[in-house]
Design a protein around this ligand. Structure first.
Ligand code: HGY
Ligand code: MN
Ligand code: MN
Length: 424
């Protein structure tokens, strides 16, 4: 194994990273807005395809819009690594793309080490991980594994009314093909996702740790509340004559914080509220708001939602409004493969930490041995423009991922010692 990072490693990372820096910048919100199959994400997909092809990997798009780049013929037992290219609105640069760029650079590293994989390696970019366009996170991996109903998904639509079916069609997919892909799932032997850490648990365990290994993902879900009142004039409507849906909506925001006092370990967030019509001098006729609630125990997650909804319904009754609650997504707690996690933690000398962030790896964990590697995030900030990881730590992440892949497919052939097809 080669010793510490060389200028080539950092330069290689910075070079690849700079390719993405200008794609999908959100000048209104700051950060990046790259959503499933939109222009920005398609530019990143094209970049990934070009980079993978240059490395001699065979690139394909599966029936659900996930990208796969193969080192070796697709066959059962493949080791899959990758992440996603889409972002939240105004998101950071690292959440998703770090895992994709690191996978490409890990292939370079393994070729420098002379590896001839004894099993196929696939680099993957999963579609709509954030759910930022159609509201259902990990859409591509959940369709592939059959974790969501394809007919329901086809009818989902974005803020402009474009359905998943239409969006799929626009990128050349057959909407009727969206759904379980058992043959492809059967090729996946092990899945490893590298991701910037989101939060501060790694530093709490070991401030010097650059890489961590995930133990679990807490239970988490998202609910849409639609409060309906009576639209009216902001100036001429007396308080007693109002049925203002913003009042119960405000109760949801405050309850999301208040109920945590009685549910330790839970987090609840209202980050998105959309009044209709949304005029400054208008009492809204309805308000949609979305709850994001997480706790390691799914029953506590449900209890937190129930407590918040009870507050909203009480305020709605007093205000003469009605409330509709729709569960848009729910992911139970995921425990990653303990044996694999301990093996990787020992191999890398990396602490094992849980996370409250969802990932495609969390979807695969129900089907194959799955692991996640976290790269140090000094501030812990994510889903915001300030999200950042130092280049040296990202290079350490690439090398850790290469170590993991070598462990999983190892067959070192020192005689090789070349970059392989499509040298950089
Ligand atoms: O929302 C999440 O937990 C993830 O970042 N998609
Ligand atoms: Mn995210
Ligand atoms: Mn992510």
């Amino acid at each position: 194994m080669r010793l510490g990072p060389s200028p080539g490693d950092t330069g290689r990372f910075v070079g690849a990273w700079s390719d993405l820096a200008g794609v999908g910048r959100d000048h209104l919100r700051g950060g990046y807005s790259r959503h499933a199959f939109d222009d920005a994400e398609m530019q990143l997909r094209d970049w990934f395809t070009e980079q993978a092809t240059r490395r001699g990997l065979d690139v394909e798009t599966d029936r659900n819009g996930n990208l796969w780049a193969w080192w070796g013929e697709p066959a059962p037992g493949a080791v899959v690594t990758g992440s996603h290219l889409d972002s939240v609105p105004g998101g950071g640069a690292f959440d998703g793309p770090l895992g994709v760029v690191s996978a490409l650079l890990a292939v370079d590293e393994l070729r420098l080490r002379g590896l001839t994989p004894a099993r196929p390696i696939a680099l993957a970019c999963f579609a709509e991980e954030e759910g930022g366009r159609f509201g259902l996170p990990c859409l591509g991996s959940r369709l592939l594994t059959g974790a969501v109903d394809a007919d329901h998904v086809r009818r989902l639509h974005d803020a402009d009314g474009v359905s998943v079916a239409d969006a799929a069609r626009r990128i050349g997919l057959d909407p009727a093909g969206l759904g379980p892909d058992p043959a492809r799932l059967a090729t996946v032997g092990t899945m490893v996702e590298l991701h910037i850490e989101q939060g501060r648990l790694l530093r709490a365990v070991d401030p010097a740790a650059v890489v961590g290994v995930a133990s679990e993902i807490v239970a988490h879900g998202r609910w849409r509340l639609t409060v309906t009142g009576q639209g009216n004039h902001a100036g001429t409507t007396a308080p007693a004559d109002r049925a203002d849906p913003m009042i119960p909506a405000a109760a949801a925001v405050l309850a999301a914080r208040r109920v945590l006092a009685t549910h330790p370990g839970a987090v609840a967030t209202v980050g998105r509220i959309t009044p209709v019509p949304g005029g400054t001098n208008v009492i809204a006729s309805s308000v949609s708001l979305w709850l994001d609630v997480r706790h390691t125990d799914a029953t506590v997650t449900a209890a937190v939602v129930d407590a918040i909804v009870a507050d909203v319904r009480a305020e709605a009754a007093a205000e003469g409004c009605t409330v509709m609650v729709q569960r848009e997504s729910m992911s139970d707690r995921v425990t990653f493969d303990p044996g694999l996690g301990l093996e990787l933690s020992g191999r890398l000398g990396a602490p094992v930490v849980p996370t409250a962030a969802g990932h495609d790896a969390g979807v695969f964990a129900a089907h194959v041995p799955t692991a996640m590697l976290f790269v140090r995030n000094p501030s812990g900030v994510s889903h915001a423009p300030d999200e950042h990881a130092d280049a040296a730590d990202c290079v350490a992440g690439v090398r850790a991922l290469a170590d993991v892949l070598e462990t999983l497919v190892g067959d070192i052939n020192p005689a090789a010692g070349h970059l392989g097809a499509g040298d950089e």
